[in-house]
Ligand binder design. Structure first.
Ligand SMILES: Nc1ncnc2c1ncn2[C@@H]1O[C@H](COP(=O)(O)OP(=O)(O)OP(=O)(O)O)[C@@H](O)[C@H]1O
Ligand SMILES: [Mg+2]
Length: 229
């Protein structure tokens, strides 16, 4: 049975969709549940399919789900077919019930938090309702973890991580670093590894390789923390 990993943060623009796309690609049998009505990952996938970009049977799939369509039975069925099912949750006003559904069914909940978010009180106030819900409702005994995002590529990860310690939520020993190519590759309808192969500028390809090595570190953390305790 595969693991269900949710990326949640009601704060919009915290890197949920970008990180979902990067992570799903590095596992051999994985898929994305796009749970956001804006459907950016689903549109990305549709565009690829229309252009016959996904010839490879093993390529990850992206499916779009509304709130009523994503039941525990459906998620169980998806996790029978995949090693990892990533749920990309919506931000802002759409977050409520969908985030709650993801929290209930997940083996691991990743909350991307801005690496330069010094205002820890505001961060916790923002997340408090979500965290209370999560503690009470998760039926899989899954972990809930912070992952620092938008971190300066030169920053020392241990220092960044230490700022998020002691808040009552475990912190992943990793960080999703800021790289311009992470904005560019989805806009081109590519995955990060496709961008590494085909990016026009050598400078971009190098940056994309660095981003991939960062994603692989986070993927390793995902494997460790989604194991049944
Ligand atoms: N590591 C990164 N480096 C550079 N740009 C990034 C990175 N992560 C995300 N971005 C950019 O930041 C913006 C917000 O990212 P993204 O859409 O992934 O956030 P989100 O949490 O899914 O937002 P929403 O809540 O609206 O769904 C996008 O323009 C994206 O390209
Ligand atoms: Mg998103």
């Amino acid at each position: 049975m595969g693991k269900v990993i949710s990326l949640v943060n009601p704060k919009g623009g915290s890197g949920k969709s970008t990180l979902t796309l990067c992570l799903a690609e590095v596992f051999e049998k994985s898929m994305i549940v796009d749970f956001d009505p804006q459907a950016c990952l689903w549109s990305w996938y549709q565009e690829r399919t229309l252009n016959n970009r996904d010839q490879d049977d093993h390529f990850m799939e992206v499916e779009f789900y509304g709130l009523e369509e994503l039941s525990i039975e459906r998620l169980d069925a998806l996790s029978q077919l995949n090693d990892f099912v990533f749920i990309d949750c919506p931000g802002e006003s759409e977050a409520g019930e969908k985030t709650r559904t993801a929290l209930v069914y997940s083996d691991l909940v990743i909350i991307p938090v801005h690496g330069s978010d010094f205002d820890i009180t505001s961060l916790l106030n923002h997340l408090a309702p979500l965290l209370e819900d999560a503690a009470a409702s998760n039926i899989k005994g899954g972990k809930i973890m912070f992952l620092p995002v938008f971190v300066n590529p030169l920053a020392r990860i241990d220092r960044v991580v230490s700022r998020f310690e002691g808040l009552g939520i475990e912190v992943m020993q990793g960080a999703f670093k800021t790289r311009q190519v992470l904005k560019v590759f989805p806009e081109q309808g590519r995955t990060l590894s496709e961008f590494i192969e085909s990016g026009k500028l050598a400078r971009d390809r190098i940056q994309a390789r660095e981003a991939m090595s960062n994603v692989l570190q986070i993927a390793q953390q995902v494997m460790i923390h989604s194991r049944r305790q």
